[in-house]
Design a protein. Structure first.
Length: 535
């Protein structure tokens, strides 16, 4: 079976996946799998923007320094410099894809640049306060129109097809993927010369998250089961300001609002007034981990369930012009942000660790690539600098596609069909839903913003029991999306806890009461799966 006759399979239809697909499609056929609707991924939820080293007051060195400062000593400088050096071309590539960025005739490339926490200068290209949606809609339109791209909605990857499935004793290689057609309730083996994991992060492992329902760690779990290393899974970024409202639990209030001058304040019952300067001299412009931890501290100290983000002094016309999505959403919930502060609470937002991969997206298994939030490349270190994530998707999505296209074509062996004995009828949805809720609450209470060794050990014990139950369901009952997502979530939960237990210090997004000091020298946390347990 010729490698050139088979499509590359891209798992995930967000910015990372669509970048790879569009860059491949002029020379190679592509299948893109989206486990829900094509517009339901995390990219469309991104509000702030994408980094571009564009202005005369900016430089690659400055961006690298800011990335390193946010990353708390664990950023790989070579990776950070490579991505910063390619930031201008990444923004230009998006402009060429017809992304409608906010304009400023006097700005670089005619773009309006804003500033976010942790950045020394204005370097964030944005489309008002809905940058992710603008980018995703533009790229999705291009992908829909391309004859070499097949978009499959409601298809979920189950597991990678590796050398083990072919009973080959060789260097670990990926030959394709088993994918579940949700509507037809059937599993298909998709052979491929390359598989690209672009499935996003694992925010749904927590009870409160700004992530969409698709963020269940699918790519990380599949790669781990296939024998790939994972890195820095203990570093889960909690966004400081998600809207706190009974009708809206996942709506993000962009960091750019603080960048433009909004203030964090305590409720009147806790004395009112600003509090960030007591935690960091940068106040509201401190990196996200510091702001989230400060809010968590103040909420627990005063026994309140949220704090306020006050932007009223910025004026109604400014807020409507720069933050139209936030203004409209809050107004629909009865909050006039031009006259009232916004109730906010921290929530799980970004996975800084993931599948260990290089600057071409290559993972440890030949033929397997990973791009975007699914990965650990060394860019984010112990904490992601705002708006670096969209940049990483574009820069490494393009290098990934180039590497796949440059690969020498080979003959691929036939891949085995899915074992249909695993697709049986059984109504276990109630049990699955219970385990899902238990896992997310467990992670929120024991593996959240502030951690202790005892809590982590308790979490690991319960996760191991849950994992055993879920593995039993998977082996004996009908495959469903909920079961597959729960299986991946519990796998990732275990990786997060095991990584956190290894780190005997507090650094970046990982804060331990038992190890509050930051060690003078520290290394990334890289976990390796025992060979006998790989799938």
């Amino acid at each position: 079976m010729s490698q050139q006759s088979l499509p590359v399979v891209v798992i995930g239809a967000g910015l990372a996946g669509l970048t790879v697909a569009l860059e491949l499609a002029n020379r190679h056929p592509v299948i893109v799998l989206a486990k829900r609707q094509l517009d339901e991924g995390a990219t469309a939820w991104a509000q702030g923007g994408i980094v571009g080293v564009l202005g005369s007051d900016d430089s690659v060195d400055s961006h690298v320094r800011d990335t390193q400062d946010a990353g708390a000593g664990l950023v790989d400088e070579h990776t950070a410099r490579f991505i910063a050096e390619h930031s201008a071309s990444a923004v230009q590539w998006l402009v060429d894809q017809n992304v409608p960025f906010s304009h400023d005739p006097s700005g670089p490339l005619g773009l309006h640049l804003t500033r976010e926490g942790g950045h020394a200068v204005r370097r964030i290209a944005h489309a008002a306060d809905a940058t992710g949606r603008a980018i995703h809609e533009a790229l999705l339109a291009k992908a829909r129109a391309h004859p070499n791209i097949a978009l499959r909605e409601r298809w979920m990857a189950i597991d990678l097809i590796t050398s083990r499935h072919l009973k080959r004793v060789e260097t670990a290689r990926c030959y394709g993927v088993y994918a579940f057609d949700i509507d037809r309730r059937r599993v298909e083996a998709l052979p491929a010369p390359a598989v690209v994991l672009a499935t996003g992060g694992v925010g749904k492992v927590y009870r409160y998250t700004s992530n969409p329902d698709t963020s269940t760690g699918d790519g990380i779990a599949m790669a781990w089961r296939a024998g790939c290393r994972v890195g820095n899974m203990e570093f889960i970024q909690f966004h400081p300001t998600c809207l706190y409202h009974p009708q809206e639990r996942s709506f993000l209030i962009t960091e750019a609002m603080r960048g433009e001058g909004a203030h964090l304040k305590l409720p009147d019952s806790a004395g009112g007034g600003r509090f960030m300067s007591a935690h960091d001299p940068r106040a509201e412009l401190a990196p996200r981990d510091i702001v989230a931890r400060a809010i968590d501290f103040e909420m627990k100290k005063h026994g309140v369930d949220h704090v306020w983000l006050d932007a009223t002094h910025l004026g109604e016309s400014f807020l409507k012009d720069h933050f139209p999505t936030i203004h409209a959403r809050c107004m629909g919930l009865g909050i006039d942000i031009a006259r009232q502060p916004i109730p906010v609470v921290p929530a799980a937002h970004y996975t800084c660790g993931g599948v260990v991969s290089d600057l071409h997206g290559q993972a440890d298994v030949v033929g397997l690539y990973a791009v975007g939030e699914t990965t650990y490349t060394g860019l984010h270190g112990a904490n992601r600098l705002a708006s670096n994530s969209l940049l990483e998707c574009v820069v490494l999505g393009r290098t990934c596609a180039a590497h796949i296209l440059a690969a020498q074509p080979t003959e691929l062996p036939p891949v085995p069909a899915w074992d249909e004995s695993q697709v049986e009828d059984a109504d276990e949805q109630v049990v699955i839903a219970h385990n899902w809720d238990e896992l997310r609450l467990l992670m929120w209470n024991y593996v959240g913003i502030v951690r202790t060794t005892k809590r982590l050990e308790r979490a690991l014990h319960r996760i191991e029991l849950l994992k055993s139950e879920i593995d039993d369901y998977y082996a004996n009952f009908r495959v469903t999306r909920d079961l597959l997502e729960l299986r991946n979530l519990v796998e990732c939960a275990e990786l997060i806890v095991r990584s956190a237990l290894v780190r005997h210090e507090s650094r970046g997004l990982h804060f331990s009461r038992d190890f509050p000091a930051t060690l003078p020298v520290s290394l990334p946390t890289v976990l390796t799966r025992p060979a006998q347990s790989r799938s």
